[in-house]
Design a protein around this ligand. Structure first.
Ligand SMILES: [Zn+2]
Length: 306
């Protein structure tokens, strides 16, 4: 039956309630899942999910859309970077989750049950509270080739020119989805705990382009971006902090770097350099930590290469 329904998704065995909207179109078609706020400090994706839900009209939609406005309310209200504060786990490393696990694992399980009923999934992210990044879309080549191809075409349609094809799994949304037969992309727009309007709009435009690609909506009124403007990277190399201390970036996001070039320095509280971290490859800096404070194991920067 067509219409719009809103409510909270209960996460069994926890007090977590996840706000959602479900829009069922008058005409039959595919089902799309959209998730905002898997990381609670990535505000543009949350705002885009909320607005997208209010912009869909069951009279013109073919198929259905489920929008999770904020997948991780404990992290959002806790202003927590990377992790769910209740158990210290990164929700985007826990898919497909577990019905009997920790809070994060149960949240991942609840969200992934929705993904299992979807034909496609767009997971909205951005730089976290202390992260800067170049907007990009990431997808997985794993699993059924037809599903991977659909993910690839969604990534190309989104309207962001930087694409990362990542074959790693690690419990991430898009890779787990792909292995389970669900076409999926993870789109990164926005950064550093800011609600930036251009970043919100970039996500909204991407979502409407995906609806158009899937045949769920006509005439989104958005121009195509030329296919030859896309840059596809298949290597995504992270550099992590070997020690804690004060962090001084030596490159900026978007920079082209050479292998061996120093990307970040860590100093102790007396200002002495205790670690210098080099770029592991020629490539482009896509992501960077922006906090002065760094603890061992924290991601410092990522370099992508073709
Ligand atoms: Zn994220």
């Amino acid at each position: 039956m067509s219409g719009t329904e809103r409510g909270y998704l209960d996460v069994d065995g926890t007090a977590v309630k996840i706000p959602y909207t479900r829009v069922e179109g008058r005409q039959a078609g595919p089902h799309l899942l959209v998730t905002g706020g898997v990381h609670g400090g990535e505000y543009p994706g949350i705002e885009a999910a909320i607005r997208f839900a209010s912009m869909l009209d069951p009279r013109t939609l073919r198929g259905g859309v489920t929008i999770i406005h904020m997948a991780n309310p404990p992290a959002f209200y806790g202003k927590s970077q990377y992790v769910v504060p209740l158990d210290g786990k990164n929700l985007n490393r826990e898919f497909p989750g577990s019905a009997r696990g920790t809070v994060s694992q149960r949240m991942a399980y609840a969200v992934f049950q929705l993904a299992r009923h979807a034909d496609a999934w767009v997971d909205l992210h951005g730089g976290d509270i202390h992260e800067a990044l170049v907007p990009f879309v990431i997808y997985s080549p794993l699993g059924n080739p037809a599903v991977a191809e659909r993910s690839r075409s969604m990534a190309h349609a989104y309207g962001i020119s930087v694409l990362v094809e990542s074959a790693s799994l690690e419990g991430g949304s898009y890779a787990t989805a792909s292995l389970n037969g669900i076409a999926a992309i993870l789109a990164e727009s926005g950064q550093m705990g800011q609600l930036d309007e251009a970043a919100v709009q970039r996500h909204l435009d991407g979502l409407f382009r995906v609806l158009h690609l899937l045949g769920m909506l006509d005439h989104p009124g958005l121009s195509e971006i030329p296919p030859d403007s896309h840059r596809v990277y298949t290597r995504n190399l992270w550099v992590h902090a070997p020690v804690g201390g004060l962090h001084y970036p030596a490159v900026r996001v978007g920079d082209e770097v050479r292998k061996g070039q120093i990307g970040a320095r860590i100093q102790n509280e007396w200002g002495e350099v205790v670690a210098e971290m080099a770029a592991p490859s020629d490539g482009r800096v896509l992501f960077q930590a922006t906090s002065l404070a760094i603890t061992p194991g924290d991601p410092l920067f990522a370099v992508v290469a073709p």
